[in-house]
Structures are given as structure tokens and as C-alpha cells.
Design a protein around this ligand. Sequence first.
Ligand code: ADP
Ligand code: MG
Length: 253
Amino acid sequence: MKYNILMTQEPVVSVKNLNHYYGKGSLKRQILFDINLEINSGEIVIMTGPSGSGKTTLLSLIGGLRSVQQGSLKFSGREFFGASQTELVQVRRNIGFIFQAHNLLGFLSARQNVQMAVELEDNISQIDAITKSKAMLAAVGLGEYVDYYPDNLSGGQKQRIAIARALVNHPSLVLADEPTAALDKQSGRDVVELMQRLAKEQGTSILLVTHDNRILDIADRIVDMEDGCLARDSHKGNIGYESGAKTNHSYSF
Ligand code: ADP
Ligand code: MG
């Protein structure tokens, strides 16, 4: 039965007893404390918590942007602890990143910004890369703007390009660090609803950090970070999507 296969599927992210430190010698400071977290396939998890509590640090570890110092962090079953930089680069191809500042390149058009991500894939012709980039921009409602440069687009439109870029290779995970922080209320809402829709269509998991209480309802689950600890992990239950029904976690809180 398909449902049972989903129930036993390996989590996309599995973090166990993860600690992290910045600084050396007497300046060494522990930032993350015994983090345990699993994210299942297709699940949308929102992480909240005060500034400085360690959210970005955890995101960068999960994204393979930083080396794991202590504990276990697996992405689709692959252990990051002890992984080489080359291995991390390989794994990062399966992860889409969306940051607070959209991180688009100003001298490239919308299409070229998305196409850059497509061309990280091996064996794709330029024609196919262009077609794929245009289709993804159309999917985020920017079909008319493929040749525009970021400077000539609104904050919400730029963030939608960043979403297109993050999702164009159909990654199994999208990591979004305060993606609505620079947007007005309505644009922020539009952007997360778009991420939610595309992720559900593609079966992509999302881990999204936000301070914005108004978007919490898009999550299947909410976790809170406090002083480097995961203080709360609440199930919101099934909010009408299939993935809500198939989640099957065990936590040690
Ligand atoms: P958040 O994203 O929740 O605001 P961060 O993960 O950015 O938290 O930061 C957690 C703590 O680690 C903060 O005290 C911050 O000052 C510190 N920190 C973040 N990055 C570094 C770094 N590269 N070197 C040293 N300390 C850092
Ligand atoms: Mg941060």
C-alpha cells in the first residue's frame, strides 16, 4: 500500500544530538545544544525563535554550508559528520536555498539567475536550461518578466525569482532563512503561499525560519529555538495536505 511505504520512508533530514561551537580556545562558545530534529519528505517545518538563538547556524549545518563538529546530521541518509567538502558540494545540489536578501546577481536577468542553478546539473543543454528556467519563472507568476533585471523588479518579485531558482532542480529540501523579512505583509504572504504550493506539487520538504507570526499557518509543524536548544516541537496535525497525514515522528522532548 502506497501509504505504508510513505510511512516508513527515511526522513529527508535527521539530526541527532547535534552540538555546535564558534570560536577557539578561551573564546570558544557553544551555540547549539543537543539538537534533535527530523524532517520528513514533503513536510513544511517552520522554525521560530529570537535573534541570536542559533537558527541560521542550524540551517547552515543542515544545508551542508558548515562542517558538523559534534553529533549526527543525515541528509537523505547521508551522514554529514566527517563528510568531505567535495561530498557536501554534491549533496548541496539536492538542496534549494532562499535567503532574506534574495541573493540574485544584478547583472543577470531573471531567467539567467534561474538558469545558473539549472546549469549546475550535469548533462543539460543550454536550450533545455533556458526552457526549464522560463517554465519555472512562469510557475512563480513571472512569465512576463524573464528578461527583466532584479533592479527593475519589486521585492516580492525578486523573492519569487529566488524561489524559482531554489526549486528549479526539484530539490528534496528547501532551506529558507527569513524569506519574507524584507517584504510587506501581502508580498510576504504571497511568497510563502507560493513556496508552499510548489513544494507540495514537487514533494519537496521545507525548513523555513521566520519571525513572522502571520505565516505560521502554512506549516505542517512548528519548532522553536531558544538559546541554542529546540524548545518546542508542536504538531499542527493535518491541515488538509496529504503530507500532514503521513507524518510519523518520534521526539525526545
Ligand atoms: P539566529 O539566526 O537565530 O539569529 P545565529 O545562528 O545567526 O542565530 O547566531 C547564533 C549565535 O552565534 C549568535 O550569538 C551569533 O552572534 C553567533 N554567531 C553566528 N555566526 C557566527 C560566526 N560565524 N562566528 C562567531 N559567532 C557567530
Ligand atoms: Mg538568523
